[in-house]
Design a protein around this ligand. Sequence first.
Ligand code: ADP
Length: 252
Amino acid sequence: MSTIISVSKLRKSYGAFEAVKGISFDVQEGEIFGLLGPNGAGKSTTLEIMETLRPKTSGQVIIAGFDLDRQPDEIKKIIGVQLQTSGFYPGLNLLELVEMFAGLYNRQVDGRELLQKVNLQDKAKAKYKELSGGQKQRFSIATTLINQPRIIFLDEPTTGLDPQARRNLWQLVKNIRSQGTTVIITTHYMDEAEVLCDRVAIMDNGNIIAIDSPDQLIDQLVATGFERVREVKKANLEDVFIQLTGHAFRED
Ligand code: ADP
């Protein structure tokens, strides 16, 4: 594996407040890398700096060999950023929206093929506003793929989705990765991070306080003598929900 993102001593201040306090980390090509941490930890700030959307105060960011300070336009060409879904024109259908974004990226895109990748081929002529929550999220992930990026950034892509739609999105993210795309993802769901991420960085108060694979982090905690209060139940309410409502999607 080779390093595709290298962040070194990254700092970001908003006035006198330092939101990111000199963090360093690498992301390997082809991995799903999670950025975790409580609200206010500095995740979005870090993500948006890597996405070239927010200026840093100091430090170095190298993405695919390009220096953020000197070659931000080169970086923009090889990354896919999930746009805020509120920014989509609600009255356009999905094919029209794909065309519009392709125009912004100056790319020729087969809209139907792109929609197929996120399992929205049957919704090609549907308007954005007519989609369910899960479909909207899948569409916003499709927009990150328009410029055939080497890296995509996903900011809390499963927030607000039902259990089946979350699982479907996990599969989609894994499929994207299996095509060789590196994925940087933020989430507040630890089960999601555990299932999806090869490695996670846990941020708190502007620092990275742990960085490793979920399994390693769990092993390290267990090695300290930590023991979870024993689960007496053999299933949980989510198991009941999935059992009763089935694994299949309802929204399509
Ligand atoms: P997270 O994504 O982990 O919730 P953020 O990066 O959004 O964290 O925010 C980190 C800290 O920086 C928070 O205390 C937040 O209030 C502050 N912050 C974020 N953006 C700005 C801004 N534009 N101006 C001032 N403070 C900001």
